[in-house]
Write a protein that binds this ligand. Structure first.
Ligand SMILES: NC(=O)C1=CN([C@@H]2O[C@H](COP(=O)(O)OP(=O)(O)OC[C@H]3O[C@@H](n4cnc5c(N)ncnc54)[C@H](OP(=O)(O)O)[C@@H]3O)[C@@H](O)[C@H]2O)C=CC1
Ligand SMILES: CC(=O)C(=O)O
Ligand SMILES: [Mg+2]
Length: 578
């Protein structure tokens, strides 16, 4: 007769009711859970855990007596202690790990730190440090922070979505890991990006953490280094492409809508451009989708351009734009600038595109190359003789605005910046590529090579820089100014489709937050310290546009949308428990 588990092994733990301690490795046990957190489980539940800040009454009511030392702390004191300990780490990656561990331990405290110390911690949970974290994600991985949907789950994606513990999801950020920042294909390890972006949805935009779902689609990777890395966490195969890829993505998109409904916002992030444009075009009419790299970046850069006119002079239509990099970010920004000028001057967009030029890895995009260009580059193939490098393109096009979206560091050389400065009293130079290592030039280079005349912004942050006894404040032209407020505006108004006019509205809302005090310092973006207020204004303008276009379903429309946005925002202060 077969004996039971307990009879076989005499030495289980105390009260080992389910045989978990005494089971050998090849025996199955059931992972029991309970529905209401209390006692030890409450301390292990990051959503509700308050650590030493549980009050005496809560310690009695929730079986916490003895599980905590006697002192009762405040959230403010906890914050002070944690900031002190994070500041003691020299390496940004160690700070990143400390922040992720905090998020897994005490979610509200994590968000309180991030909101109250946004300028200090943004470079840790986001670019540049998140780039390094993704590169090392296999070694850092401890617990899932989002859903991994790999080709192994083909035909079962709906089932996989149901495994996520939260039901009322409002925002999904999804990547397939093929173009992580300017670091290339990081496969399944791209997960750091959706996790980081959604942390900003909450901290900067006010979407509840429980309503956010990071997803990584794993169709393989072509990164040989990762495929040979014993700690790699993804599928060990080359990327699926073509019909297999699109069928899998279609199953995903259908399952998301079936599980969460029409109003779930899906943000595409860091897909390679050979899929990004097609996915956006395919799903923008059937789903609430938004590509952050194409559309969010466009909106933040347009905001900076609108604001910069105070410093550069003229109207947008008076300027000439040159891009290094003609992919998602480059052509996305170019198209939104052309649209804005078209609307402002009542000129067809085909005409307004003519003052915008792009250089890719093969040189200036000109009509002679039309036969071999990808579809998204074709509208930018203007009449011109071939030009095969950036410096010659600057000399030929004579831009007043130079924008780097190449993903390749140090490509705005001294000669390029000097050429810009020789043609313009105040050249606008944006080095948008991330992380910092991929920036087309540094703030220091832009200011010194232009003898302090450049207006400069970059995708990853640079510190202020002193030149000739004057302090310069570089801006951070990063889509994180836009997507949290933009997404929040869509969610709070129950919008069902994204429209380009909403991107223009978001740009105008952001530009309107730049004050004379900022202009006096040469800034074209407002400080991140004010980001929650900025996001509320962006959300309100986006929602207003959605109501105007008839795609907002939350009725009646709140009269004061800024106040409404502010009132809906998640705040991380502790709640009291019955
Ligand atoms: N600041 C921000 O908010 C954002 C920044 N980014 C950053 O922008 C960068 C590009 O992203 P994305 O547009 O999505 O990438 P893509 O891969 O879509 O585009 C890159 C473009 O750069 C071109 N390129 C590559 N190398 C060179 C070179 N040596 N000289 C000239 N052109 C070159 C490519 O040319 P070809 O087409 O010939 O291959 C391509 O046109 C990334 O670093 C990303 O982090 C992206 C989104 C937001
Ligand atoms: C910021 C961002 O989205 C990127 O670099 O891809
Ligand atoms: Mg991105």
């Amino acid at each position: 007769m077969e004996s039971t588990l307990k009879e076989q092994i005499p030495a289980g733990g105390v009260e080992d009711v389910y045989g978990e301690d005494c089971a050998t490795e090849d025996q199955c046990i059931t992972p029991w859970t309970i529905a209401v957190s209390s006692g030890y489980n409450l301390l292990r539940d990051p959503r509700y855990n308050k650590g030493l800040a549980f009050t005496e009454r809560e310690r009695d009511a929730h079986y916490l007596r003895g599980l905590l030392p006697p002192v009762v702390s405040t959230q403010e004191l906890q914050e002070k202690k944690l900031m002190q300990s994070i500041r003691q780490y020299d390496l940004p990656l160690h700070k990143y790990v400390a922040m992720m561990e905090l998020e897994e331990r005490n979610e509200r405290l994590f968000y309180k730190l991030l909101i109250d110390n946004v300028e200090e911690l943004l470079p840790i949970v986001y670019t540049p440090t998140v780039g390094e974290a993704c590169q090392k994600y296999g070694s850092l991985f401890k617990r899932p922070q989002g859903l991994y949907i790999s080709l192994k789950e083909k035909g079962r994606i709906l089932e996989v979505l149901k495994n996520w513990p939260e039901r009322s999801i409002q925002v999904i950020v999804v990547t397939d890991g093929e173009r992580i920042l300017g670091l290339g294909d990081l496969g399944c390890q791209g997960m750091g990006i959706p996790v980081g972006k959604l942390a900003l949805y909450t901290a900067l935009g006010g979407v509840r953490p429980s309503a956010c779902l990071p997803i990584t689609i794993d169709v393989g990777t072509n990164n040989e280094k990762l495929l040979n890395d014993e700690f790699y966490i993804g599928l060990r195969q080359n990327r699926a492409t073509g019909q297999e890829y699109y069928d899998f993505l279609h199953e995903f998109m259908s399952a998301v809508k079936q599980n969460y409904g029409e109003k779930i916002l899906i943000q595409f992030e860091d897909f390679a451009n050979h899929n990004a444009f097609e996915l956006l075009a395919k799903y923008r009419t059937t789903h609430l989708v938004f590509n952050d790299d194409i559309q969010g970046t466009a909106s933040v850069v347009l905001a900076g351009l609108i604001a910069s006119l105070k410093l550069l002079g003229g109207a947008l239509c008076d300027h000439t734009f040159l891009f290094l990099g003609a992919g998602e970010a480059g052509t996305g920004i170019a198209e939104l600038i052309a649209l804005e000028i078209s609307k402002k001057t009542n000129t067809p967009v085909e005409e307004t595109r003519r003052k915008i030029w792009l250089v890719d890895s093969k040189g200036l995009i000109v009509s002679g190359r039309k036969g071999t260009l990808q579809a998204f580059k074709k509208p930018w193939a203007h009449e011109h003789e071939p030009v095969n490098n950036l410096l010659d393109a600057v000399k030929a096009v004579k831009p007043s605005v130079l924008i780097g979206t190449s993903g390749v560091g140090r490509t705005f050389t001294k000669e390029v910046v000097e050429a810009m400065a020789s043609m313009n009293e105040r050249p606008l130079i944006m080095a948008l590529s991330n992380p910092t290592s991929q920036a087309e030039c540094t703030a220091e280079e832009a200011y010194t090579w232009s003898e302090g005349r450049a207006v400069f912004a970059s995708g990853s942050p640079f510190p202020s820089f002193e030149y000739n006894e004057k302090l310069y404040f570089p801006g951070q032209a990063n889509n994180c100014y836009i997507f949290p407020g933009f997404g929040f505006g869509l969610v709070m108004s129950g919008t069902i489709r994204v429209h380009d006019d909403m991107l223009l509205a978001a740009s105008e809302a952001l530009a309107a937050q730049v004050t004379d005090e900022h202009y006096a310092k040469g800034m074209i973006y407002p400080p991140f310290a004010d980001i929650r207020k900025i996001s509320a204004h962006i959300a309100a303008r986006v929602a207003a546009k959605a109501y105007e276009l008839g795609v907002a379903t939350r009725l009646p429309r709140p009269a004061d949308l800024v106040k409404y946005a502010e009132s809906c925002m998640y705040t991380p202060n502790y709640r009291s428990y019955r």
